[in-house]
Design a protein around this ligand. Structure first.
Ligand code: PMP
Length: 403
């Protein structure tokens, strides 16, 4: 175990260990840390639904009825009716014929990508007319796809290629070069560190031309993008046209879990082949019921979504007018590029000392010298809270020579 000591020695000597803060209470959009209130500008609770009274009530009622866990895989005895109800609601929400849930978004990608791109019959029991070999498969990722997609891709044992972030010429080159492979293009809908949106219409067009499947991880678009908050596909008018539409329930929906929406046969197949459906436990009942309530609130009114976008505009306009570089963010995820890792850590600590919680994001999460403070706006920030944060960002920018 000497390697552990060696790594920790290096990280600690260079002050690189992350600041993992202990949160004592969550009066969003503030958090209580060490008995003090901090304005949180890094939550994925984009609509504030995790503490919505109707969501809490639904979860409490579920605990009273079912307790707090399923304690079983869905295939054994964990297939509660509320999970099936949740899946019907998710399919409706995404305008897809069917949906299946997983315990987290990470586990969704880790199970679904290999289910699609590993051998469909690893034990030779389905008597398939044509066998698909690992070497026939090619996953094509946007370079900035989330880690869970990268790891799901590796587990699948497929060939993996990445195209330059959103570069459709590069994607086409890869598709052309490997036209005989069985291909899956995967992209984040909204990129989790840059806050920009994938060029889905172009991706879908190329996929059709070169006979590839398309999977979108819409963790950050779900509940946020599109006229009705249905996500990146709705934003581009591509509802029902994405082969594998993945999303998380841990962000705008305010809970925990992941899901895929798609055709009846895709969903049936995933229940047969996705390890993270078969070999792990399901979303707990109180989460399922809380999520059903959250989906209802999101669909009944656009008020929270409109409040979110108003806050995104206020925050972005303030930061841009001060001269911060927020690169190509198009959404509620707003990176402030700092550059050097140490400066980024120091800037994040300065913000914390002044009552604002925003993490320093460094290599390897983002490229070297692209360290950043990653901000997120949420619907329940008030104008006064945003203006207070902007004041502190301004002081930080001046102090560290960023603006
Ligand atoms: N995909 C993307 C794009 C993400 O940003 C995240 C979480 N940060 C995940 C998947 C994993 O989701 P979860 O937290 O629900 O496991």
């Amino acid at each position: 175990m000497e390697f552990i000591r060696n790594v920790l020695n290096y990280v600690e000597a260079n002050d690189l260990y992350p600041d993992i803060r202990t949160v004592e209470d969550v009066p969003y959009p503030s958090l209580i840390i060490g008995g003090k209130e901090y304005l949180c500008f890094c939550s994925n609770n984009y609509l504030g639904l995790s503490i919505h009274p109707q969501v809490k009530e639904a979860a409490i009622a579920a605990i009273k009825r079912y307790g707090i866990g399923t304690c079983e895989s869905r295939l054994v005895a964990g297939n509660l009716s509320v999970l099936e109800e949740l899946e019907r609601e998710l399919a409706k929400f995404k305008n897809q014929p069917s949906a299946v849930t997983f315990i987290t978004g990470f586990m969704t990608n880790l199970g679904v990508i290999p289910a699609i791109m590993d051998s469909p019959d690893p034990y030779g029991i389905y008597n398939l007319p044509v066998s698909i070999k690992d070497e026939d498969n090619l996953i094509i990722n946007d370079f900035l796809n989330h880690q869970s997609i990268r790891e799901g891709s590796m587990v699948s044992r497929s060939n993996i290629k990445s195209y330059i972030h959103k570069d459709m010429n590069h994607l086409e080159k890869i598709l052309k070069r490997y036209k005989d492979k069985r291909k899956l293009i995967i992209t984040d809908g909204v990129f989790s560190m840059d806050g920009d949106i994938a060029p889905l219409p172009d991706i879908v067009k190329l996929a059709r031309t070169y006979n590839a499947m398309v999977m979108v991880d819409d963790a950050h678009g779900t509940g946020v993008l599109g006229k009705n908050g249905k996500g990146t596909a709705e934003y581009f008018g591509l509802e029902g046209q994405i082969d594998i539409e993945m999303g998380t329930l841990s962000k705008a929906v305010g809970a925990i879990g992941g899901f895929v929406a798609g055709s009846e046969s895709l969903i049936k197949y995933l229940k047969l082949r996705a390890s993270s459906y078969i070999y792990t436990s399901a979303i707990p009942p109180e989460q399922a019921c809380g999520i059903i309530a959250a989906l209802k609130i999101m669909q009944e009114s656009s008020a929270l979504r409109e409040a979110l976008w108003k806050n995104v505009r206020r925050l972005k306009e303030g930061l841009s007018s001060m001269g911060f570089n927020i690169i190509h963010s198009e959404t509620q995820i707003i990176p402030i590029i700092i550059g050097s890792e140490q400066k980024c850590v120091d800037a994040s600590r300065y913000l914390f000392e002044n009552g604002i919680l925003t993490p320093a994001i460094k290599y390897p999460v983002v490229k070297k010298n692209e360290s950043r403070i990653r901000l997120t706006a949420i619907a329940t920030h008030t104008d006064a809270q945003i203006d207070r944060a902007l004041e502190v960002f301004f002081q930080m920018g001046k102090k560290f020579g960023i603006i």
